[in-house]
Design a binder for this molecule. Structure first.
Ligand code: ADP
Ligand code: MG
Length: 482
């Protein structure tokens, strides 16, 4: 993986594109990446003063969050450290980058106002008013690609959507990071809402559940907290693993769970581990997690990754070749979030220089951190029965049978087809001459001569090279359907 701070410059670049020059220079040029903590969930940045921290938080919070989440998708909190270098602050002020005194007091008023609003909210209701369903519109069922590793989870999701609370309850969905738990969970919520707009859907992370619970206690509004969860048709709770060790929250969750379950309200829980591996979680909760169905999303295979990539590239309208897609999916074998990270970087580069074709060496650079360099045209190599596929494609292009291709017929047309097939097996599949010889029941020197001859002919006879291209094109098409 590339070093985590490598992406910071991309975040800055994204911000530069979004903001006016003066805003960007005033507030973001001195904003620095410090580190990520909490397994990459928290990003710590350093800024020159608490004033600029407050200003960024008040004015640019969403823009900053958006840019950060593009390149650090796992980050949920952003914190600031104050570096407070006097010299730097002064020079910025001299250059007129900081706001005037009058503007400054306006801002400070604004900050006070925002703070007091937060306090008022706590004094009034503890329940968040805005965005009541809390669902991110980008996580839909339509853009969730069904692949071999998630098809079971998707079919369960569809059953829930059709009849919430009936067939599987609770559903406990677990997987490693970046494999689509949050996406699928939210997609369930959106679809149920689409079918029945008055459904009371509560999507919450385990952390938000915990915070609301604590806030209920602190503000003596525990009853309100209880009511909020009682008045729910579908409870979607994300990343339940964080409940481990939090006994009071477990207790609260236990009661909410029982009440909802008894009333046939649908509960869907996600986690990064199986219920039995959650650690410090009460046994009675674990057993409830297992009452319904426990399903996992496993690590995606190459074909799954290609399928997801293809879908995303089409949605983003990125001009990437199939060869490039295959190379990305081969190099990034971890999860879909990492794949998206790579696509975001490619998208940023393409948007930055739209006139300039996106070259393979640039892709190599982006992929460099993931794996060793990957050979070109790797896609054919990864097809199952690849040598048979090559032979089939050659037969189609040359309109001959496989028996002719493998036989002794020396007619020019058939001999050329045979050379093309040998050449592609040798070069695309990285086979040795004897290995190719075995496929065609020929001596390895015959293969060697055939390959040399074809190589030379391709350079001087466009008819020959266009046949080779036609076979390759056909193989890529076949591959696209994998
Ligand atoms: P998790 O919650 O398991 O860590 P997420 O749901 O946040 O993973 O998924 C990470 C990213 O990958 C999200 O942007 C999501 O949209 C995308 N993603 C995951 N699975 C799929 C899929 N099957 N099809 C399309 N995008 C996916
Ligand atoms: Mg998640």
């Amino acid at each position: 993986m590339p070093a985590v701070n490598d992406y910071w410059s991309l975040v800055l670049e994204a911000l530069r594109q979004k903001l006016s020059k003066s805003n960007f220079e005033a507030w973001f040029t001195s904003l620095d990446f410090v580190k990520t903590t909490n397994n990459g969930r928290k990003l710590i940045l350093s800024t020159s003063s608490s004033f600029s921290k407050n200003y960024i938080e008040t004015k640019f919070k969403h823009i900053l969050k958006e840019a950060v989440s593009k390149y650090y998708p796992q980050v949920v909190h952003i914190d600031f450290e104050i570096s407070n270098t006097v010299a730097e602050t002064t020079s910025l002020q001299q250059e007129g980058f900081f706001p005037l005194q009058s503007e400054l007091s306006d801002l400070q008023e604004k900050i006070k106002e925002v703070k007091s609003k937060t306090i008022n909210l706590n004094q009034g209701s503890i329940i968040p008013k805005k965005n009541i369903h809390n669902l991110n519109p980008k996580y839909t069922l339509e853009n969730f690609v069904v692949t071999g590793n998630n098809e079971l989870a998707v079919s369960v999701a569809k059953a829930i959507i059709e009849k919430p609370g009936v067939q599987y309850n609770p559903v406990f969905l677990y997987s490693g990071v970046g494999l689509g738990k949050t996406h699928l969970l939210q997609a369930i919520g959106q679809k149920i809402l689409e079918n029945k707009p008055d459904s009371r859907i509560r999507y919450t992370t385990c952390e938000a559940f915990f915070n609301l619970f604590i806030s209920g206690i602190q503000n003596k509004k525990s009853a309100e907290f209880k009511d909020y969860y009682r008045n729910t048709d579908v409870l979607l709770i994300d990343d339940i693993q964080f409940i481990a060790g939090k006994e009071a929250t477990q207790e609260a969750f236990f009661h909410a769970f029982n009440e909802l379950h008894q009333n046939n309200k649908q509960i869907v829980i996600t986690s990064d581990k199986h219920p039995k591996s959650l650690g410090a979680v009460e046994e009675r909760l674990i057993s409830r997690f297992e009452w319904g169905i426990v399903i996992d999303i496993s690590k995606p295979e190459l074909e799954d990754r290609i399928r997801v990539l293809k879908d995303k590239v089409e949605r983003l309208r990125l001009p990437l070749t199939l060869d490039q897609l295959t190379r990305i999916a081969t190099a990034v074998d971890t999860n879909y979030r990492d794949l998206e990270g790579v696509l975001n970087r490619i998208e940023a580069r393409i948007k930055l220089l739209p006139e300039k074709p996106f070259e393979d060496y640039e892709l190599n650079k982006i992929l460099g951190g993931f794996h060793q360099a990957i050979p070109m045209n790797i896609q054919i190599k990864f097809m199952p029965n690849s040598s048979d596929r090559i032979m089939d494609a050659v037969c189609k292009v040359f309109d001959i049978t496989k028996v002719e291709l493998l036989g002794k017929n020396r007619q020019q047309h058939v001999a050329l087809a045979r050379q093309v097939a040998m050449y592609l097996c040798k070069n695309e599949l990285d086979l040795s001459f004897p290995a190719v010889g075995k496929i065609f029941a020929r001596d390895h020197t015959t293969v060697l001569h055939a390959c040399r001859r074809l190589h030379d002919d391709m350079a001087i006879k466009s008819k020959v090279s266009s046949k080779v291209e036609a076979v390759k094109g056909m193989l890529q098409e076949a591959f696209a359907q994998v």
